[in-house]
Design a protein around this ligand. Sequence first.
Ligand SMILES: *Cc1c(COP(=O)(O)O)cnc(C)c1O
Length: 962
Amino acid sequence: MTTQTLKDLEQTQDFIRRHIGPDEAQTQAMLNDINAESVDALIDEIVPANIRLADLPAIEESKTEVKALADLKAVASKNVVNTTHIGLGYYGTLTPNVILRNVLENPGWYTAYTPYQPEIAQGRLESLLNYQQMCLDLTGLDLASASLLDEGTAAAEAMALAKRVSKNKKSNLFFVSEEVYPQTIDVVKNRAEFFGFDLVIAPANDVENHDVFGALLQYPAASGEVSDISELIEKVHAKKGIVAVAADIMSLVLLKAPGELGADVVIGSSQRFGVPMGYGGPHAAFFTTSDKYKRSMPGRIIGVSKDTRGNAALRMAMQTREQHIRREKANSNICTAQVLLANMAAFYAVYHGPKGLKVIAERIHRFTDILCLGMATKGVQADHANYFDTLTFTLSNKEEIVSRALAKGVNLRTDVEGKVSVSLDETTTRENVANLFDILLGEGHGLDVAALDQQIIDCDHASIPASLVRESEILTHPVFNSYHSETEMLRYIKKLENKDLALNHSMISLGSCTMKLNATAQMIPVSWPEFANMHPFAPVDQAQGYKHMIDELDKWLVELTGYDAMSMQPNSGAQGEYAGLIAIQKYHESRGDAHRNICLIPSSAHGTNPASAQMVGMKVVVVDCDKSGNVDMSDLKAKAEELRDNLSCIMITYPSTHGVYEETIREICEIIHDNGGQVYLDGANMNAQVGITSPGFIGADVSHLNLHKTFAIPHGGGGPGMGPIGVKKHLAPFLPDHALINVDESTKGNGAVSAAPFGSAGILCISYLYIAMLGKKGVTDSTKYAITNANYLAHKLSQHYPILYTGNNGRVAHECIVDLRPLKEASGITEMDVAKRLMDYGFHAPTMSFPVAGTLMIEPTESEAKPELDRFIEAMTCIRDEIRKVEQGEWTVENNPLHNAPHTLADITDPAWDRAYTVGEAVFPVPAAAANKFWPTVNRIDDVFGDRNLICSCPSVDTYKD
Ligand SMILES: *Cc1c(COP(=O)(O)O)cnc(C)c1O
């Protein structure tokens, strides 16, 4: 009777059909609508023949979720997770389980996008404001940003800020204390080289002997020593220099704030506030400075403003779209940051509160006292008397100690000759300390932790100088003093989550951002201890599981990009651009072409492109686009030829941000190469390439991949991300390396772009599983269905709105641009009104006004099924009808549901409802919106007010009252 084979039946476990939204019937219906024979025929129509790959990529077949997870578990188990006392900015931490499960492992938090639409993002904006408040309290300054990528890059950003604001204009010299973490020095060195700054790295006290525009100090120092840096800071100030202090966030709970010691900028990592080490990341770096430098601040600041009802409401302030507006004049190229991890750290502070944090910090410090005293009792003095959590010992028997440590499963810091450092953390126990005595002294030392503790109390042992003991209060705001029971905390997290629209509510069709499925199975290994608890500088032989996974992912990405080598180091697309441009510059240099410094960038480019070019000292020359959105070939040719002697490269996005496959892409690569330049292909749109073409095949030399777009890492509400770069063979020798962990023999000694050798290695398992579970066919199908979905949407929407650019045959690539400018002209309704009105329908707006002002860029991805696409089309269609009513005068330009969008519960319960439309029209415009209602929690937010009155800390309690 049965006609199905076992193979047919087994296909029910296939992940491909879970990842790709439309099923067969839905696909057929869409194809009928857009008049295409089949998915493959559609792809043939759209993708230029001269860039099509003949075969599927040479990667494995897809695996089921069960098999892929089991195989990865076996790989993970090759990691040896030692007890780590390495320190250097990465520490063991206890993620409160209520935060682990309800934030890190919760799609309501991890699938949200950067809060560009603040009315439906008040939850994470509040949490980020808490993060900023926490950073302000601990660092003692008055302006904080909502996270940077890591401590190393934050230090580099601090140096760049110092150059912008220092009044010592004639100096080109930046001072770095040699007691700054080695990986930070490495990142700063690389930046300084390309900015053209001179660097001096010397003992901190030496700073007074130099005429500098700025200086970087570490507090406590890398050795662990705590010393009063206020005099050094004064000396730099006397010469009009700016002082940045890299600080340990946990130590600041007990130590005097660097701001109180005179620091102008304080940076550091908030990892040890509950975020697992993850072999280097992702973690949020903090950055605080003084209010007078607000115009020079890198990254995003969350600010308080008000909505149309006059209620307090939060949004990203000022430099939200900095790169897009200021391009190569932007303060930094930071786009994707570390929002999810900043939120975790903020929740950690909320959950523990000031008292809880103090206990944690004091316990760490007490264990360090016990270790120090015990060693001293046995005649081994630490190198310094003042410390928080780290002791350094100068030892004659270092080798013996290190091998004893390894035999006991313990890692110490060993990179400084003749010395060993030991850092303790929140996870340290009495047994750990007893174990450390055994390691450092050999067994039979007779030391007793409890007895040493008593001795410390009896002698009133002081290892923090009185002048550096914190006196100012921290975290006095009610939010840090209210949610200390798990029930209260759970509800606070949920309360915030409810305010935010994420992918677990509806599709987020942000063009260029590729908000596809972040499958649950792909997320699971992120919190496996084998991955989560690895220190990035653990000996490589302990990290074989990571090595295996990274090597395999590397191999797959090489195949999918058509390049020869990858670097996993960059923590975001923008960092990938920076790393790729460095490779280009180093390559030119190696051929005696160091003078090549012109970077051609089409006008449609993402703002990070010119911002990154500026960071490596390139001069940006803009290339025009023609009427159909393509690069203007004659302008390109003319400029490439005219500038040929100094041409470094082009940065081009493919398919372009206009959403079309330019037919001339190969020719563009040739023109650039013929004129001595290199091709940087911005890989943000790889979701339109995987499996059907590739940047390497097209002829480009280097690209970044946004693993948080194409390869399924969730956006985390504005980060984390990963921006590995692929390069052709000739650029491979110029990929980043790392000061402490050699990434590859061939790159030995190269500078670093991130603090950790493999960037945010802890989330690479997501992309790894994405590829493993989809296999060669699945990744290729994803591209094809992304294009199919986009063309279906474009076709349906074109019946109501003009689609700005299409290819030769009227088709689009994986995204399309809806042009609202004509409607604005006719009705006064703006793209902003449409974006806000979509919230009433339960949708997040598409990308607004990029790459063209007055438009929406829509990218549905392959993961959305037809019913969801249809709901979105219905919303856009109804919105068109609403606009028509304004055009026809039925509604005035002020009194209509678009202008007043989004609508809140406050609106509809206001007895003074005086709108020209009903409450029903306002909040339930279509049945689908009513059936799955999403309530924006604030009305439209006033951006201008917020920028004029910049407040980046938690509003005082009084403002909550009125
Ligand atoms: C997203 C994007 C970038 C920047 O990537 P981040 O990971 O946010 O730094 C660069 N170019 C384009 C075209 C993008 O869409």
